[in-house]
Design a protein around this ligand. Structure first.
Ligand code: DAH
Length: 360
């Protein structure tokens, strides 16, 4: 078939039209093969140049070259445009918005017992108390003797003690308590002696800390628990000061309307000794299972520091007096939230802990 102008113009127009409809690089490559490949439309036409009439040949040759160049250029431009567009799309898809807020990181929160102890620290801080900490591993001397509890005194039975074993005998049949009397403290009261020996009066200290007892664990007894001890030593302290202070603390913690009462108690290291109760927060004082039908709950023991204990601390009881108290923050936290089982505190169960997102 011989080459003619009409066919060339038709290929030129067709190529432009079909190029305009391509939307992918692959489609353009396919079209390039279709037009310019070895047996492509335009290639086939150009092969017919030789059989054209000699006088038409120069003009036809010029036009054929023009069409081929134009088609090649158009294909190149279309490819470039499609590649640009694809890049734009990718850039948009992968765009990083530097102003977007970050993903929130989960942060933990305080254990409700820790929160209560911090609240106590805040409250007592307002009354001039500073924190004075003591060791969790104590000696029988500090835990008992210096607190007016001699070795053979029946009051020792009040504290079921975990003894630290003599080196080499732990876990064996011969396991026996360490000769130097090392134990796990059963209460924070030994810190009273340490504070009196370390500080100068007037003393106003608060001792939060972990305590340990050889307990049969149940809903209201843990073998590991917390106490917050308080001690005041000065020249002119009285039971009235102690009562006024504790009533204010109860109001700060449980609200202005909380009912309070003092009962006589017994502790070897205080004389007189009292127990401090608050009106049951579960039943409002009516009497329920939580308060043993009494309408009251004991949250601490307290009293005037025994003269023997003052002497052990290095003071003359005729010159200095003091009062002390020992609070049970686990119990106090149970009251605060109406928690029925002390074992939940150490269960590390997120379903329990997550109920106190701000520690309260
Ligand atoms: N240490 C006592 C206990 O564990 C609590 C206590 C009672 C502490 C009276 C005191 C106090 O400081 O004066 O049972």
């Amino acid at each position: 078939m011989s080459l003619n102008t009409t066919d060339l113009e038709a290929v030129r127009a067709g190529a432009r039209e079909r190029l305009g409809h391509t939307t992918t690089v692959e489609a353009v490559e396919e079209l390039r093969q279709h037009l310019l490949g070895r047996s492509g439309e335009l290639t086939t036409l150009l092969k017919g140049l030789g059989s054209a009439a000699p006088e038409e040949r120069p003009e036809l040759g010029r036009l054929a070259n023009e069409v081929r160049t134009e088609v090649e250029d158009a294909i190149g431009e279309r490819l470039a445009a499609l590649r640009d567009a694809a890049l734009d799309d990718r850039l948009e898809a992968e765009a990083l918005d530097m102003s977007a807020p970050g993903r929130p990181m989960p942060v933990g929160h305080l254990h409700p017992v820790m929160t209560l102890m911090r609240d106590l620290r805040e409250i007592f801080h307002a009354y001039g108390f500073e924190v004075f900490e003591g060791p969790e591993i104590e000696t029988e001397e500090y835990n008992f003797e210096l607190l007016n509890i001699p070795a053979d005194h029946p009051a020792r039975d009040l504290w079921d003690t975990l003894y630290v074993a003599e080196p080499g005998t732990a876990g064996t049949d011969q396991g026996r308590p360490a000769e130097d009397g090392t134990i796990l403290r059963t209460h924070t009261s030994p810190t009273q002696i340490r504070a009196m020996r370390a500080l100068e009066p007037p003393i106003r200290v608060l001792t939060p800390g972990r305590c340990f007892r050889y307990e049969a664990v149940d809903a209201s007894h843990g073998f590991e628990f917390f106490q917050v001890e308080g001690l005041v030593v000065d020249r002119d302290t009285s039971l009235a000061d102690l009562k006024g202070l504790l009533e204010e603390v109860a109001r700060a913690l449980y609200g202005r309307d909380v009912e309070t009462r003092f009962r006589p108690g017994y502790y070897p290291f205080t004389e007189p000794s009292v127990a401090f109760d608050i009106g049951c927060l579960v039943c409002g004082g009516e009497g329920c299972a939580a308060c043993g039908r009494s309408g009251w709950m004991t949250i601490l023991g307290a009293g005037m520091v025994h003269p023997t204990v003052l002497r052990a601390g290095g003071y003359d009881p005729d010159e200095f007096q003091g009062y002390a108290f020992g609070m049970g923050p686990d119990r106090m936290t149970m009251l605060r939230h109406g928690i029925g089982d002390i074992r939940l505190f150490f269960s590390a169960d997120r379903r329990f802990l997550d109920q106190f997102p701000d520690g309260r």
